[in-house]
Design a protein around this ligand. Structure first.
Ligand SMILES: [Zn+2]
Length: 464
């Protein structure tokens, strides 16, 4: 009985861990490595195990850094099944296909650009992504399910995006039983739309994310106040506001927040563009699972008979509709992907707006090192977009309070939900963040915490 850390150990993306029990192998997540071109090239390195010998995958949530290598796993011989929450299954249908078409386009581009180099195969194709989709078995929260002999799981709400889970895993082998809890990505407490992360009770070992170890989010009310101020400033300066946002989670939260503050922020004087086919599709999934909302969103929805859809919201799915936005010089709030500005339509909007002093960029999510989003956050005076160097004259605002991830106090609060004080292995954090969280858990949580290293194996049957 053992656990091996494979991805998102000492880094944030590429979440993937292997559990071995009674001759069976189970993967927890199978995420894509995201970041710089060099980082992403590591997705091609292959798995350190035979995908054909993996008996099942348990997927914590739909974000690509947790699900994005599933099509590759299938391409290399994995035959299913994949267990996830129902909403995660629906979101994966959207996200993995998008990821696959991006891979196909990248390969096509590289082959056109370098005709003399050996042709580059896409990492995986849309067909691979569709095969993954057929293998996903949807689950509800809070239902125990035996998935392999000696392996029982239960999904609990992680409050991170719709359908996100922390997973309880009960393992049994030769009369030894262990309970492992995999946190997945944990949301903030009191986050809009979603419920708080569930309380887990007990565990023998905890595998926990640490994205915001050592960091505190701003109080949400201050964040709202700041967004309100940015909106008035942009209105006075007659500029636009760009919000790079992940299609799933951030986009819906931003829309909800604009709706919730509609009168206060004078939203009737703005046009809001959700300029991302994927975010539009993902929003529909959010609207289809109202029973997963928290009390506030449920009440809000009941009064409006649906999720707040802004009166002046434009869902611009087609390229033509998106191009029209380029002509808008003021009064537009543009929400577009990708969340870290590494691709997608946000780059077009940055080209059109970033050199204009009267425009504003609101960063609402985590920005990995080396990404364009991170360069903006770090205050670089010039950035290269679509082959052109552009002056950063627009105002860049980083409003931490809207993060989909809990901060270190949220993580500690989640850990304190355990009745016993189980040992913790920290994953899914840059090493400084993971180390800070290790200290915090030890000093304030009374935990034996340590940072997981890629390739490290833990004997689960032994002393933990
Ligand atoms: Zn996530």
């Amino acid at each position: 009985m053992e656990l091996e850390f494979f991805g998102a150990a000492g880094e944030v993306t590429g979440s993937c861990h292997v559990v071995r029990v009674g001759g069976r192998q189970l993967l927890l997540d199978c995420g894509l490595i995201q970041g710089s071109r060099e980082d992403e090239a590591r997705n091609r390195d292959g798995f350190p195990f035979d995908p054909g010998e993996i008996d099942a995958v348990v997927l914590s949530h739909a974000h690509i850094d947790h699900s994005g290598r599933l099509p590759l796993l299938v391409r290399e011989g994995f035959r299913g099944p994949i267990y996830a929450h129902n909403a995660t299954r629906d979101l994966c249908g959207i996200m993995l296909e998008d990821s696959a078409s991006l891979q196909e386009r990248d390969a096509e581009y590289a082959n056109r650009k370098y005709p003399n180099k050996p042709p580059l195969e896409p990492l995986y194709t849309v067909e691979d992504a569709r095969r993954v989709q057929r293998m996903i078995e949807g689950n509800h929260y809070n239902e125990k399910r035996e998935i392999l002999s000696g392996v029982t799981i239960r999904f609990q709400d992680a409050g991170h995006i719709i359908g996100s889970t922390s997973v309880e895993v009960w393992l049994e082998e030769n009369g030894v039983s262990r309970k492992l809890v995999f946190s997945g990505d944990l949301g903030q407490y009191d986050t809009p739309i979603l419920n708080d992360p569930a309380v887990m009770g007990e565990a023998d070992l905890v595998l926990m994310e640490s994205t915001y170890g050592g960091r505190r989010h701003r109080e949400r009310s201050l964040t709202y106040q700041e967004i309100g101020e940015i909106i008035s400033e942009a209105e006075a300066g007659r500029g636009n506001i760009l919000i790079p946002a992940f299609a799933v989670g951030r986009s819906q939260e931003v829309l909800y927040t604009l709706g919730r503050n509609y009168d206060e922020w004078g939203m009737n004087r703005w046009h809001v563009f959700l300029d991302s086919p994927m975010a539009i599709e993902a929003s529909k999934v959010y609207w289809e699972y109202p029973h997963l909302y928290d009390d506030e969103a449920t009440k809000f929805r009941r009064n409006l008979h649906e999720m707040p859809r802004l009166k002046n919201l434009h869902l611009t799915a087609s390229t033509e509709e998106s191009m029209v936005i380029n002509k808008v010089r003021s009064g537009a709030i543009i929400i577009a992907g990708s969340g870290m500005c590494t691709g997608g339509r946000i780059r077009h909007h940055l080209v059109h707006n970033i050199e204009r002093r009267e425009c504003h960029v609101i960063i609402v999510g985590y920005q990995a090192p080396h990404t364009l989003g991170r360069r903006l956050v770090d205050g670089e005076a010039e950035v290269k977009i679509k082959g052109k160097w552009l002056q950063v004259n627009a105002r860049i605002h980083t409003v931490g309070g809207l993060s989909a991830h809990g901060d270190e106090n949220d993580l500690l609060r989640w850990y304190r939900g355990f009745d016993n004080r189980p040992p913790v292995w920290l994953v899914h954090g840059e090493s400084s963040a993971a180390r800070a969280m290790e200290q915090k858990l030890q000093n304030e949580g009374g935990a034996r915490a340590r940072v997981a290293r890629a390739g490290e194996r833990i004997d689960l049957a032994g002393e933990l």
